[in-house]
Ligand binder design. Structure first.
Ligand code: ADP
Ligand code: ZN
Length: 517
């Protein structure tokens, strides 16, 4: 193992988890490797085939990614190839079948559609491992579900004696379980690393869409570009990409564009200029994604809230790979959070829709958070974090206004409790604000003693409070299909039980930007 590492990769030491995983693979044990981007996962499937002198199969979602990897491996003297729609050499498959490659990349479509005789022949020549890269694509709970990945389990029967290796940088407990069961892994060795990227500073800001904001953003970015390093700006739509890059160009900032509606050729050109530092700023949709391996990206800006924290973490994690302090900044507007039903548009099952809704709600919560953002992110990915303050996110360094909001908390909780049913936050807030909308009159909520008692604050104020109460555990939000329901949690019930309309135990909360009315 050590000599392979030195000979082909030029490294003298394995990272501790790499050694463990490689040993387990060589013992033919199934493995699940969950590690942050940049932690060196690829080595886990690249080394065993070279040690065992058998072919390693790697399923990977993108042809461009496979092409890059094949090229890099060939340069190291490793016999690597890929089979996929873009492969023009007809002899690759025959060569592969007779075991002439150390590492063979396949798209999931190809892996499922290639003939069984191919696998049987290759088995005779020797297969060292069957690796599934970006394995979260297999899970409907993941942020990047791909139907073809789901079909890979068919191969388990054919390759019964070959260790299966799933690799991903993003996996919550649910996704992890899904990968294991979908690949029919048997007693897998699971290696989970810390996701903490200590050099990244997390900051979130609300914004009002419009020319003025774009102007401010451009000023901000120009300053950053002047101080060195590269920037990626992720937009949620192609229209935004075009608008922001135009504004940057007008302000004299060399910015490239990258989105799905551009031709392959111009996308590649953009990518190339960015990697070579001829463009310091890339304005892109999430299409600018996997396979970006630039070490000195100093900031990743999200213009609009992403669909999930999994994708946010992956996208924002593209900055600071060299370990130098870098910034992940997210700008959101309220309307970003109402797109859930829209995102669910074409989804077939209630389970898929619920997954999309829950992902978006988690992202919304991250935006509206008043406590440490790093802790929230890491806990979302299943890590235990003992410290409440990381000292390297906006909420940990900005001095905050705190106030006893117990009276308002009492009103909101009591109102949610008294209009019990399947409502989100809007209904109780409308009641508190004294609305006489038809749905309120129909349900006779105008007769509730609380009706109109919260007129002093606008609905966004109440929403901001509601979200703090969710994140502090006084309220519980659940999702069924695309419907969000808020209810009072046991902790909230305890508060209500010890309160009267005239007295409530103090609850000190943060007055967020949206609550400064
Ligand atoms: P991942 O797939 O987890 O995102 P990569 O496999 O692309 O990460 O590796 C990230 C970087 O770490 C690469 O530049 C790789 O060469 C380097 N690397 C991996 N393993 C080692 C090692 N044992 N020693 C030194 N550098 C390593
Ligand atoms: Zn923090």
């Amino acid at each position: 193992m050590q000599s392979v590492l030195k000979k082909y990769f030029g490294f003298s030491e394995f990272r501790p988890y790499q050694r463990d995983v490689i040993e387990k693979i060589l013992e033919k044990r199934d493995c699940l490797v969950v590690m942050a981007t940049g932690s060196g996962k690829s080595l886990c499937y690249q080394v065993p085939p070279l040690v065992a002198s058998k072919t390693g199969i790697v399923v990977s979602p993108l042809i461009s990614l496979m092409q890059d990897q094949v090229m890099a491996l060939k340069q190291r003297g490793i016999r690597a190839e890929y089979i996929g729609s873009a492969q023009t050499d007809p002899t690759v498959q025959t060569k592969a079948e007779s075991g002439q490659f150390d590492i063979l990349f396949l798209t999931p479509e190809k892996a499922c559609s290639i003939s069984t005789s191919f696998w049987l022949n290759l088995l005779k020549a020797g297969i060292c491992l069957f690796a599934v890269d970006e394995a979260h694509c297999i899970s409907e709970w993941g942020h990047d579900f791909r139907v073809e990945y789901k079909k890979l389990d068919k191969l388990r029967g054919v390759l019964s004696d070959v260790p299966f290796v799933g690799l991903t940088a993003t996996a919550t407990e649910k996704v992890r379980g899904d990968i294991i069961s979908s690949l029919k892994m048997c007693n897998p060795y699971v290696s989970v690393g810390s996701f903490d990227r200590t050099n990244l500073f997390y900051v979130v800001k609300p914004f009002n869409p419009g020319q003025h904001f774009v102007y401010e953003l451009v000023q901000e970015i120009s300053k950053k570009v002047a101080s060195g390093g590269s920037t990626i700006i992720y937009c949620t739509t192609v229209k935004d990409v075009e608008q922001i890059s135009k504004s940057l160009l007008e302000a004299g900032v060399a910015a490239g564009m990258y989105h799905g509606q551009m031709s392959n050729k111009s996308r590649e050109e953009s990518h190339r200029l960015f990697v070579r530092d001829e463009l310091r700023v890339m304005v892109a949709t999430v299409a600018f994604g996997m396979g970006i391996d630039k070490p000195d990206i100093r900031q990743v800006i999200h213009y609009g809230c992403p669909k999930s924290l999994e994708s946010y973490y992956q996208e924002s994690g593209r900055c600071g790979r060299d370990g130098i302090a870098s910034v992940c900044c997210l700008y959101y507007t309220r309307s970003d959070f109402t797109k859930g039903k829209f995102y669910c548009g074409e989804l077939q099952t209630a389970k898929q829709r619920k997954a999309v809704m829950e992902s978006l709600i988690a992202a919304e919560r991250y935006c509206l958070l008043t406590t440490c953002r790093r802790k929230f992110l890491l806990e979302y990915f299943g890590e235990n974090v003992s410290s409440d303050r990381c000292g390297n996110c906006d909420n940990c360094i900005v001095s905050k206004k705190q106030r006893d909001l117990s009276t308002e908390v009492f009103l909101l909780l009591a109102c949610i409790q008294s209009c019990r049913g399947r409502w989100g936050l809007n209904m109780p807030i409308d009641i508190l604000r004294g609305s006489r909308a038809k749905k309120i009159l129909d349900a006779q909520f105008d007769k509730l003693p609380l009706h109109g008692l919260g007129k002093d604050h606008p609905s966004n104020w109440w929403k901001a409070l509601g979200h703090q109460l969710i994140s502090h555990g006084y309220l519980k939000e659940t999702v069924d299909d695309v419907y969000r329901t808020v209810s009072v949690s046991p902790k909230g019930m305890q508060f209500l039980a010890s309160s009267t309309p005239d007295y409530q135990p103090p609850i000190v909360l943060t007055v967020t930007a949206e609550m400064l009315d």
